[in-house]
Design a protein around this ligand. Structure first.
Ligand code: RB5
Length: 143
């Protein structure tokens, strides 16, 4: 799968850890940041979302301190369904019921092992469609 990943200064270490584990077998585009110098998460979200909306990636993973700011910023863009997930169950359901195309993680919330499980679960779960497709269409304004 083609994945675009980005983080602010709080998420650099987790981003690197995920690239070495849960993302190792995927094609990853990294939009930064790469240091602990403070950056603004909306800038990173915008860069990742642009690649996703252009069709150059299938999904995006965004990391900030809580996963909340990234989800709010990414969710402003049409066609983006961003979900902040702190456990594998929510990650799975965000795919099956909400067709989430952006996973947001809180580097100050989840440990590396939990984040790895969340990412693996999220990448392998498919959208259930059916009644959920109608609901997603309503979010998108196409139903
Ligand atoms: C940065 O301090 C922090 O505000 C940011 O990483 C994120 O948690 C915002 O939602």
């Amino acid at each position: 799968m083609r994945i675009v990943i980005g983080c602010d200064h709080t998420g650099v270490a987790l981003k690197v850890a995920l690239q070495e584990t849960a993302l190792a077998e995927h094609s990853v585009i990294d939009v930064g940041t790469d240091s602990t110098d403070s950056v603004d998460y909306p800038d990173i979200a915008r860069a990742a979302v642009a690649i996703l909306r252009k069709g150059d990636a299938d999904r995006a993973i965004l990391i900030c301190g809580t996963g909340v700011g990234m989800a709010i910023a990414a969710g402003r863009h049409r066609g983006i369904r961003a979900a902040t997930c702190s456990d594998p169950y929510v990650a799975e359901m965000s795919r099956r019921h909400n067709d989430a195309n952006v996973l947001c993680l809180g580097a100050r919330v989840v440990g590396y092992g939990m984040a790895e499980s969340i990412v693996r679960t999220w990448l392998h779960a498919d959208f259930d469609g059916g009644r959920h497709a109608r609901r997603v269409e309503k979010i998108e304004g196409t139903a």
